[in-house]
Design a binder for this molecule. Structure first.
Ligand code: ADP
Ligand code: MG
Length: 474
């Protein structure tokens, strides 16, 4: 098939956009060193900055790129390379800090799905699908999910919920601590269903977003639209972090009816939560009981082997060269949260690429020792409360009391802030430790102190004195 020049460029642009979407974190680093020259009769001419970029792009991106071109044109693509250190119009703009020998780094996976731009050219017979649901991280797929004893059940149930065989439970309730892969699994379900049944109407929302949608619908008298969207025009409803509905009675009521409507039609519902249904606070009993109708699958903290496998997997995805001893070391050191594990790996890789040091054991050790507060685990909420009371000359019961006197409230906010900063406690946890206060109260207290810390030198002085005191106590 011969394709006019301007269409050829469109084919290439679409294929490149597809490639970018699959590797948003590393794309710019590499394609900043590549330039498009031509695509004629199945020969793609690319200009590259150096051999290093050539090899990397050829091995890591080319299969995706050429496959997409083949899909659009029917050509089995050959690539002709030209080496040229001075590219005029590289495909991507590298960020300012791009190292000479770029190592792909991602500081955070970015949700990117962007529908291809422009109308499809009729001659190319491009199949247009609806864009995938919003806010999905393209990397959160089943293929990228490492299965181990800690998450086996949730993983199998998620595959079944996506229609992949095995008994399907409705609803599927996935619960577990933060950073253990709940959102990843839910996105994976959506990706799978989207791939296999592109016509399926998938809704992925956080409970927070559901709440906001609901409030907006009430405000603008658009409840009919809201209900059509969630109750009728939905084949698969994925609701993340349902614990957010705590205490939101009206939203719970609406969600209850949404749930019933979908369940009656046997539409799959998947809910995630940081707690088991029965431990959800301020949640209507009838909702809690419905959450247990299908399967409650929990995710536990992964075992060492799984943690190491996750690190290796992530490194491979991001193109980070990692030796076995470093993977093992990271798995041993960071135990309770996969997000933190990944974050440390990415930080190591970023530092390594900026300083030119390889990610070896000595480097990993130095980095982890430098960034983890020494023996932070030995300090407790009580220690913080005690230090704060002492500092502000309060009684030990003041912080947990209902006393709203300004100075007591300020000290309480400072103590909450320190618990969040130093111990990484969750907001509800902190609330419980401070006389059973609501997590939203804690959240706003922490935010307030954060803002004052940045704007008010007196507050900063209090915080510094307390930090010093706590460090000395450790
Ligand atoms: P949660 O929603 O439970 O707080 P996430 O799903 O956001 O956690 O996971 C945090 C990070 O850890 C994500 O980047 C995710 O891809 C990764 N992750 C968690 N569990 C796994 C796993 N078993 N395999 C691969 N990556 C994982
Ligand atoms: Mg999550």
């Amino acid at each position: 098939m011969t394709i006019p020049k301007h269409d050829v460029r469109e084919v290439f642009d679409r294929a490149i956009e597809h490639t970018r979407r699959l590797s948003p974190a590393t794309f710019d680093q590499w394609f900043g060193g590549v330039q498009f020259d031509d695509l004629t009769d199945g020969v793609l001419s690319l200009r590259v900055q150096n051999e290093f970029v050539l090899e990397w792009v050829r091995d890591n991106f080319l299969p995706t790129l050429t496959e997409k071109i083949r899909e659009l044109t029917g050509w089995s693509v050959q690539v002709a390379w030209t080496l040229d250190p001075a590219l005029v119009t590289p495909i991507a703009q590298r960020s300012e800090v791009a190292p000479v020998r770029p190592r792909p780094i991602a500081l955070r996976p970015v949700p990117t799905p962007v529908p291809a731009s422009g109308p499809p050219s009729p001659r190319l017979e491009v199949v247009r699908r609806p864009p995938p649901p919003d806010e999905m991280n393209p990397k959160h797929t089943f293929a990228n999910f490492v299965v181990g004893p800690s998450n086996q059940l949730a993983h199998a149930a998620a595959i079944a919920a996506a229609g992949g065989g095995g008994r399907r439970y409705n609803p599927l309730f996935i619960c577990g601590g933060t950073g253990l892969g709940k959102t990843h699994l839910v996105h994976a379900i959506a990706h799978r269903v989207y791939e296999e049944r592109p016509e399926a109407r998938i809704i992925y929302v956080s409970a927070e977003r559901f709440t906001n949608d609901f409030i907006t619908a009430i405000q603008h008298h658009r409840m009919d639209d809201f209900r059509t969207k969630y109750r009728q025009s939905c084949d698969l409803l994925l609701v993340d972090d349902i614990q957010f509905l705590a205490g939101r009675e009206q939203t719970q009521e609406e969600f209850f009816h949404t749930f019933n409507a979908l369940h009656a039609l046997d539409r799959q519902i998947v809910v995630t939560s940081d707690k088991y249904p029965q431990n959800l606070e301020r949640m209507e009993e009838r909702l809690v009981s419905r959450f247990s109708w299908g399967l409650v699958a929990d995710i536990q903290v992964p075992e060492l082997e799984t943690r190491v496998a996750i690190v290796r997997n992530k490194a491979a995805q991001e193109g980070i060269v990692l030796s076995d001893d470093v993977a093992l070391y990271l798995g041993q050191m960071i135990r309770s949260n996969v997000r933190e594990l990944e974050g440390t790996l990415i930080r190591l890789a970023a530092k390594s690429s900026l300083t030119g040091r390889p990610v070896d054991l000595a480097f990993a050790r130095a980095e982890i020792t430098a960034t983890s507060p020494p023996r932070a685990q030995t300090i407790s909420v009580e220690d913080i409360q005690r230090a704060v009371c002492h500092h502000f000359h309060l009684r030990s019961t003041d912080l947990t009391s209902k006393d709203r006197h300004k100075s007591v409230a300020f000290a309480r906010h400072v103590a909450m802030y320190l618990c969040k900063q130093r111990l990484k406690c969750s907001f509800p946890e902190i609330g419980r430790a401070f006389g059973n206060r609501d997590h939203t109260t804690v959240m706003s207290a922490v935010r307030k102190i954060e803002a004052q810390r940045d704007s008010d030198p007196q507050v900063r002085a209090h915080l510094e004195a307390l930090e010093k005191k706590l460090a000395a106590d450790e």
